[in-house]
Design a protein around this ligand. Sequence first.
Ligand SMILES: [Zn+2]
Ligand SMILES: [Zn+2]
Length: 107
Amino acid sequence: MNPVCQECETQVNTVPTIIEYQGEEIFLFDPVVCEPCLHKLCERYSTQCANCGGCIPPYSQVGVLKGNEGRTQVVHMTTSCTTVGSAFYGYWGKGQLRNFIQIEACS
Ligand SMILES: [Zn+2]
Ligand SMILES: [Zn+2]
């Protein structure tokens, strides 16, 4: 049996779901979401990279920077967007960080 889309419950034939959104290729293994729903999620929940200003789609791995006044900023974890000494990384979910992890700083 095929997996079903978590958003609209139609059957999804291929996992991961692959779409291109604002020049970013998105491979989504988990959760299972169909292509039209993934587009909608990207439009609704994308955030902006604090480093290059590009779009960070939901369900992607991000670096996390501690901004001013306790605000966190997220940046790409890709080689094309090299981050400035990020000490944290996480996983951008539906408009918020998931699995926020601190990398041990080596002294
Ligand atoms: Zn769907
Ligand atoms: Zn970036």
